[in-house]
Design a protein around this ligand. Structure first.
Ligand code: SD4
Length: 306
């Protein structure tokens, strides 16, 4: 499809991220450049949830996960990356400059440093420090729906309610090329070494240039167990609209979780090659940011559990 560009991203942090992406898309640029630049905005905001300002794991260390896919089945991913400000850009380098798809932990950091990314200080942001001290009082791991970390920090530096751990973004450019990105600190106060869906190709993100793209946010464990984003794309391949595909995938999570579905949030966004979009969440409270012009709109998603 050749036509109008669009970008869709998760949560309200997506508004600023979309503005970053639109600088590229609006000027006729490449979807891959747009989804990288877009989520870099969020990584740099140092809010509670994405990038180095985020809440740490239970040992007090911030570990970051990210992945990216282009319009040619190219994919790159980093996980459990420490002290690097822009994991999404490291993921892109993994895709473009290594024979691999995924690098994790110290190896990912070594690669980042070798590629010239500065090694930042091992230090919590003041807000994360506070949230971590609070968390240590009980040391309970209990994800809060739509907050997904127990040390709630309601307002991000950008003024938005940036209390989500993840941003995922999908873009279709004017030449009809699709790309996607996803970056996160994972769940706040997670076990050391825990990975969620966000750096896993097919779970947190999937792009098939013949069909469309999808991304996930929410309880990563429950996205992984049904190969979330890949499932949404395969449903589109079978003829579902992006909206119907997101709804069917969420219904599957609900079925798998049964009564426990009330305790978690899972949400998907999707776009097909034709530029139709979809979004659906398990619970109330998920929003997404949509841009088809230089002014992004925040949209409240429909949801499954009434
Ligand atoms: C994770 N999916 O690490 C991420 C968390 C998330 O908004 O999406 N938070 O499981």
């Amino acid at each position: 499809a050749v036509g109008k560009p669009l970008v869709i991203s998760t949560w309200d942090a997506g508004l600023n991220a979309n503005r970053g992406a639109w600088k590229i898309l609006g000027a006729g640029g490449y979807a891959l450049d747009a989804v990288e630049a877009g989520v870099m905005v969020t990584e740099a905001e140092q809010s509670c949830c994405v990038g180095l300002g985020a809440n740490p794991d239970r040992e007090g260390i911030v570990t970051l996960d990210a992945c990216i896919m282009d319009d040619k089945y190219g994919c790159g991913s980093v996980a459990a990356l420490e002290r690097i400000k822009h994991p999404i850009s490291v993921a892109r380098r993994v895709m473009e400059r290594t024979p691999h798809v995924m690098l994790v932990g110290p190896g990912a950091q070594q690669f980042a440093v070798a590629q010239g990314f500065p090694l930042e200080a091992q230090k919590l942001s003041p807000d994360a420090e506070k949230a971590y001290r609070e968390w240590l009082k009980t040391s309970q791991y209990k994800p809060i729906i739509n907050v997904e970390n127990s040390g709630t920090r309601p307002t991000g530096p950008a003024g938005g309610a940036n209390n989500h751990d993840t941003i995922a973004m999908l873009a279709l450019d004017a030449q009809g090329r699709l790309s996607g990105s996803c970056t996160t600190s994972g769940m706040g106060f997670k076990m050391r070494g825990r990975l969620g869906d966000s750096p896993i190709i097919g779970a947190g993100l999937f792009v098939d240039p013949e069909v469309g793209a999808a991304a996930a946010t929410g309880q990563g464990e429950d996205v992984i167990r049904m190969a979330g984003s890949h499932t949404v794309v395969e449903l589109m391949r079978q003829g579902r609209s992006p909206q119907a595909a997101c709804q069917e995938a969420v219904a599957r999570v609900a079925k798998i979780k049964g009564a426990q579905a009330r305790d978690i949030q899972v949400a998907f966004i999707a776009v097909n090659r034709q530029g139709q979009i979809g979004a659906y969440a398990l619970q109330k409270g998920f929003s997404y940011s949509l841009s088809t012009t230089d002014t992004p709109r925040l949209v409240n998603s429909e949801y499954f559990l009434k």
